[in-house]
Design a protein around this ligand. Structure first.
Ligand code: ADP
Length: 575
């Protein structure tokens, strides 16, 4: 632009000056020639008027020429020609008298019309002349004026013109550079700032000025500031939104109206079969992604939210999908899907249902029995031994109910337990001594032994330790065989205590060993019930062990016996 401006102004100056000089030239030429014409015409009129017939033309011409030109005889050339013959009668230019001048165009015109003129180079003097011829009294009076003056002036004018042109060009260059700087510089600054703004330079500004470009600069600055504010708000919103989307534990995937992925969070990639999601391409590759793509496209087409369930990892994982249409001014621009892994939720739901049904069943059985015997007692006359046996059954069933409710309460307490085992200490020696007292006379044919290191302190609630030991030892007696044994061993091992409860009882088949820790799971229902079992003992044990960060394992051979091995954390603090 700067160059164009310079070029334009120089061109304009050249054109303007050239036009002016051509006009001046033309005017000057015209004026000079017409002045010369009238001057010569006047001289010739005077000559012809004052010439007397019979007078010597040469003498007359010499005197007149001298009178006219004084000291500058070269300024005029005069000739008297006989109009009839074309013979030169007198001539002020020496050596030209002998020439025949009748054929000259001005002479020819004068002979025909009384007056003639012509401009040409003289053969005699070699100079350019303006010739005028006037016919009077059979004579042609011809005057000629050299045009060297006009050439000299023309040359001077030409030189002036060149100097003027140069000066004009220099002035135009300087002026246009000044203007270029004044106009182009702010425009360049604006261009640079606009480019910077386009590249994301939110702080691009220009220096404002008083003229129109300055006002434009101010408007640009205002616009840039407004854009920076809008960008900042947008980024802030985007950060908030990203934060929200990333903090959602569900997979979130957004697509545009053609199904191309616009956004997805990390949790989406954690879902099985969703690892291949790519930005800017539609969801495809795996069955769940294809299914999700179709669902999203359906949502966009219908403009309605939708919900479905996806079966992932060959049915191992169940995911719930909610899709919503993204509308901008009521025009569907895409859709978003929220995918939630509901496998655990479903399992928990299932477990809860099973638990409720189990509890109901377990409560119902003794209650039905109690009600039945109460009815029997109320309705008929019974002898004393029969009544006694009914009372005994009612007593046993009540005891069973009580034990069941106790175990349920314990389980719920452990599950909801708020006590921090790290701050608690349970002396194992004392707990084992309690166990010995309690089970010493439990089965007379069963040998009960305890081997323990002294001074084992466990990091756990002492009440829970008693519950844990009671359940394990009670089972070891319950599922034992006559003349069997129950052996407890406790020893320290690093930061843990290894506790084993071993019996020589009926044992547990391999396939059942994993399930015995489930609530209400019994290997032999009849035997458990007959022994007053609730089916919750090992579930309670497992919950207690896990709550203190320990482990429990079972090793059993049917017909030979069972050993439970537990690792429990030792108390590390000071008492
Ligand atoms: P229960 O009240 O029926 O004893 P538990 O939860 O304590 O319930 O035990 C679950 C099941 O595990 C029992 O019904 C029994 O079949 C089996 N079991 C537990 N301990 C032993 C053991 N020491 N020997 C053999 N079977 C056992």
């Amino acid at each position: 632009m700067r160059r164009q401006l310079l070029r334009g102004s120089v061109f304009t100056v050249i054109i303007a000056l050239l036009t002016a000089f051509i006009l001046v030239f033309t005017l000057f030429d015209g004026m000079y020639v017409s002045m010369a014409k009238s001057e010569i015409t006047n001289v010739l009129s005077l000559l012809s008027a004052s010439y007397r017939e019979g007078e010597d033309p040469s003498a007359y011409l010499r005197d007149s020429h001298k009178a006219l030109t004084g000291n500058t005889p070269g300024s005029y050339r005069l000739t008297i020609i006989d109009a009839a013959t074309g013979t030169v009668l007198a001539e002020t230019e020496p050596g030209a008298a002998a020439m025949d001048h009748s054929t000259r165009p001005e002479v020819q015109s004068a002979i025909q019309s009384g007056m003639g003129e012509s401009t040409r180079r003289s053969d005699t003097t070699g100079m350019e002349y303006l010739y005028i011829a006037l016919k009077a009294d059979g004579l042609i009076f011809r005057g000629a004026k050299p045009l060297y003056e006009v050439y000299a002036i023309r040359t001077t004018l030409m030189l002036m013109c060149i100097v003027g042109l140069m000066a004009g060009i220099v002035a135009a260059l300087l002026r246009s550079r000044h203007w270029a700087n004044k106009v182009v510089k702010p425009v360049e600054e604006l261009t640079r700032a606009a480019a910077e703004l386009k590249e994301g330079g939110g702080f691009a500004r220009v220096s404002p000025g008083p003229d129109e470009i300055g006002v434009l600069g101010e408007a640009f600055n205002d616009m840039a500031a407004a854009q920076a504010t809008a960008m900042y708000r947008l980024k802030e919103k985007q950060t908030q939104l990203s934060g929200v989307l990333y903090s959602i534990l569900d997979g979130v995937i957004a697509v545009d109206e053609r199904g191309r992925v616009l956004f997805f969070n990390d949790h989406a990639l954690d879902l099985p079969g969703f690892e291949g999601i790519l930005l800017n391409v539609p969801l495809h590759g795996t069955a769940p992604l294809n299914e999700l793509h179709n669902l999203l496209m359906d949502t966009i087409r219908k403009g309605e939210a939708a919900k479905t369930t996806l079966s992932l990892k060959g049915g191992e994982v169940e995911a719930e999908v909610h899709t919503t249409c993204l509308n901008i001014e009521e025009k569907p621009m895409g859709a978003v899907a929220v995918v939630r892994d509901v496998t655990t939720l479903r399992k928990l739901e299932q477990m809860r249902k099973e638990f409720v049904s189990n509890v109901t069943h377990e409560l119902k059985t003794p209650l039905t029995s109690i009600r039945g015997y109460v009815e029997l007692l109320k309705t008929g006359e019974r002898d004393a031994p029969t009544r006694q046996s009914f009372y005994d059954i009612i007593d046993i069933e009540s005891e069973r109910l009580h034990a069941l409710i106790e175990d349920l309460l314990q389980l719920s307490e452990i599950e909801n337990g708020r006590d921090d085992p790290r701050t608690m200490v349970a002396p194992l020696t004392q707990a084992l001594m309690d166990m010995e007292r309690r089970f010493r006379h439990r089965g007379e044919s069963i040998e009960f032994t305890i081997q323990r290191e002294d001074g084992i302190l466990l990091q756990m609630n002492p009440v829970r330790l008693l519950q844990l030991l009671t359940n394990l030892i009670d089972n070891a007696f319950k599922y034992n065989t006559p003349n069997g044994s129950v052996a407890i061993r406790a020893k320290k091992d690093g930061e843990h205590c290894i506790l084993t409860v071993a019996d020589t009882g009926i044992g547990i088949p391999k396939a059942e060993q994993e399930r015995i820790f489930e609530r209400f799971y019994r290997v032999d229902k009849g035997r458990s019930r007959a022994m007053g079992g609730t089916g919750l003992g090992l579930a309670i044990v497992k919950h207690i062990v896990l709550s203190v960060g320990g482990t429990i394992e079972v090793a059993s051979v049917p017909g030979e016996g069972t050993t439970f091995t537990l690792t429990l954390p030792l108390f590390e603090g000071n008492l």
